[in-house]
Design a protein around this ligand. Structure first.
Ligand code: PGA
Length: 263
């Protein structure tokens, strides 16, 4: 990690409007800002609008957890990226829960990435192998297919804006929640960048931010952030507790400060 750290809190389907508002207030009280730290909150769709009025924009940015790839039309129950474009900076796309529970397949993820970019929202593209795929030695193939398909319809310039979150499914708290060793994470992150290099060249691959997600907490976050390959973290479970998320932010902050002293 050398540049700005990106920390994203994915609240999943937790917290109603008033609980979300309270969490933001508590986080605001407990977090310091640093010019090299970007903190993004991904609440439910319902709470995006009220939180956009509440947050201190110098401290927090918002992300959608999902949206529909068509801009508008007869799609009952859906919200489009177009409708979110003034509300959010980022959108999580291809999260493993969406892939597993809502059958977001490779073309759907590709279309969502494209729709996000078309609406000037930065996609946080989640990729990662399941435990079964890992045991079968399929990790690279899975990452290859997920990365190359998702970026297929973007120009090189658009790819440079994308954030890729490497989230091994077996490390996410929803599934097995096992600890992923930073060395193994680094290897997969290098492979992801290698894929992007093959497709778009070194310059583009270096510009893409690659972050880690999967059971990150205040005690493990630094191990990932210290990896030269890693630009930040995507935090699920620990992001809905203000003390725990503040501890993660603080760990990143202290790492930035100590690196600045060393430089
Ligand atoms: P977790 O979730 O931190 O609870 O494992 C991460 C994610 O699902 O993005």
């Amino acid at each position: 990690m050398s540049g700005k750290i990106l920390l994203v809190g994915n609240w999943k389907m937790h917290l109603n409007v008033s609980q979300a508002s309270l969490l933001v207030q508590r986080l605001h009280e407990r977090t310091r800002t640093h010019r090299n730290l970007e903190i993004v909150l991904a609440p439910t769709m319902l709470t995006l609008q009220p939180l956009s009025l509440q947050i201190d924009r110098r401290k927090f940015r918002l992300a959608a957890q999902n949206a529909y790839p068509k801009d508008e039309g007869p799609f009952t129950g859906e919200v489009s990226f177009t409708m979110l474009r003034d509300l959010v900076h980022y959108a999580i796309v291809g999260h493993s829960e969406r892939r597993k529970f809502f059958h977001d397949d490779l073309p759907m993820v590709r279309d969502k990435v494209k729709a996000a970019v078309r609406n000037e929202i930065t996609p946080i593209l989640c990729v990662g192998e399941t435990q079964h795929e890992r045991r079968e030695g399929l990790t690279r193939r899975v990452l290859h297919d997920q990365v190359t398909t998702a970026l297929q319809n973007l120009t090189a310039r658009e790819v440079m804006e994308v954030v890729v979150a490497y989230e091994p499914v077996w490390a996410i708290s929803t599934f097995q929640g096992e600890y992923a060793r930073p060395d193994d994470v680094a290897e997969c992150m290098r492979y992801i960048r290698h894929q992007i290099t093959q497709l778009y060249g070194e310059h583009v691959a270096q510009a893409v931010r690659v972050i880690y997600g999967g059971s990150v907490d205040g005690s493990t976050v630094r191990g990932y952030l210290e990896l030269p390959e890693c630009d930040g973290a995507l935090v699920g479970h620990e992001s809905i507790n203000p003390y725990h998320f503040a501890a993660i932010i603080d760990a990143a902050y202290r790492m930035q400060v100590s690196q600045a002293h060393e430089a």
